[in-house]
Write a protein that binds this ligand. Structure first.
Ligand code: GAL
Length: 366
């Protein structure tokens, strides 16, 4: 994730607002945002509930929401819930009390907010799930996210390409799998996307997982915590790779990729091909230095801007634009979604993808 200057962030919001007016996507007439019939005050409170600071993208979102919502004329109430699920539940209740007209929710655990979301619906608030789907609740109106399944597919494909590029003297490779936190509804979707590419290669013997840990439940990383992934990788390495070489690691994000690489370094093993996600500064440097193989660029500026565009449409009494009405079923209903496209990044295209990034400076291949 890249850190843009505040002025640039505001610009992104403004241009996204302009773009939305051009009708660049499909409009879903069936969606039922409860505030869409009448609209509401231009300076209304918009509540933004963010999870824990488990990766740089979440930290960036906080500032972008505050600035972007203010620029659009709203009164933002943006809060992290570093203390956990109960704190997030309390924060959402407080936002409802404050009279929020829209709730934008990046859930810690999307299945644990049902009571609060029901209360929000009763109060006539429109609920937008941000980045992570809110599951097993009817009290959700929209979902705005990068296509999470696609993220996983890109990671699986990058792992295969990296193995061919870097370990191409072999045709069969040993790999291990890491998934994100089981309470985050994205984690399983990332994993399923990746396995849609990797499972056939495990089945035909191209890939072998020596630990035999291939189910989501076996490979999860509680709380997206680096130390949990590193601990598991230490155990896997000492248990199964004393003699064998580990060629590749599917990692769902950059934090866990670096944790896995730390485990490899501590065990004095040759560097495997390691995937990632989030374009974190340390990982982009690592990619340019020829270490971590890939990451995913999900422009937080765009995701936040799109969420604000939705709030603006609701404020004007319009139905927000969506571009997908079939992919994301939350267990109760298919949620009308606005999905943005994730971009795979390796050393080959990093300079192009991050060309507008002011914080990294010119990227040179090391
Ligand atoms: C996910 C998010 C990822 C990553 C992860 C850990 O829900 O989509 O980009 O940041 O959380 O924070």
């Amino acid at each position: 994730m890249r850190k843009f200057a505040k002025a640039a962030a505001a610009l992104v919001v403004v241009s996204a607002l302009a773009l939305s007016g051009c009708g660049s996507g499909r409009t879903d007439t069936a969606a039922s945002g409860s505030a869409s019939a009448a609209g509401f005050a231009k300076d209304a409170v918009i509540g933004v509930a963010l999870p824990q600071k488990t990766s740089e993208n979440w930290v960036l979102a906080e500032g972008l929401f505050n600035d972007g919502l203010k620029t659009a004329g709203f009164t933002p109430s943006v809060q992290f819930a570093n203390g956990g699920v109960t704190e997030q539940q309390n924060q959402i209740s407080a936002m409802i009390e404050k009279g929020a007209k829209v709730l934008i929710v990046g859930a810690i655990d999307g299945s644990q907010l049902g009571t609060q979301l029901d209360a929000a619906k009763k109060a006539g608030i429109t609920v937008i799930a941000y980045d992570r789907l809110l599951t097993n609740t009817p009290s959700i109106d929209y979902y705005v996210a990068f296509d999470n399944f696609k993220v996983g597919v890109l990671q699986g494909e990058a792992l295969l390409k990296g193995l061919a590029d870097r370990k191409g003297t072999k045709t069969k490779w040993n790999v291990e799998l890491i998934a994100g936190s089981p309470d985050d509804s994205n984690a399983k979707v990332f994993f399923d996307g990746a396995m849609s590419v990797l499972q056939p290669k495990i089945a035909d013997g191209t890939l072998t997982v020596l630990s035999k840990q291939t189910t989501f439940e076996q490979v999860v990383t509680q709380g997206w915590k680096a130390e949990n992934a590193q601990k598991r990788m230490d155990t896997v390495l000492s248990g199964f790779y004393q003699k064998a070489e580990l060629d590749g690691i599917l990692s769902p994000n950059d934090t866990l990729a670096r944790a896995a690489m730390a485990s490899i370094a501590a065990a004095n093993k040759p560097l495997p091909v390691v995937t990632g996600q989030d374009s974190e500064v340390e990982s982009v440097k690592s990619i340019m230095a020829g270490q971590q193989y890939s990451t995913i660029f999900k422009d937080t500026n765009k995701l936040v801007a799109q969420s604000i565009v939705m709030a603006q449409a609701l404020q004007q009494g319009k139905t927000p634009e969506v571009n997908d009405t079939k992919s994301y079923n939350n267990g109760i209903k298919v949620v009308p979604s606005y999905l943005l496209a994730p971009v795979i990044v390796t050393k080959d295209n990093a300079a192009t993808v991050y060309a507008n990034d002011k914080t990294l400076g010119p990227l040179t291949k090391g």
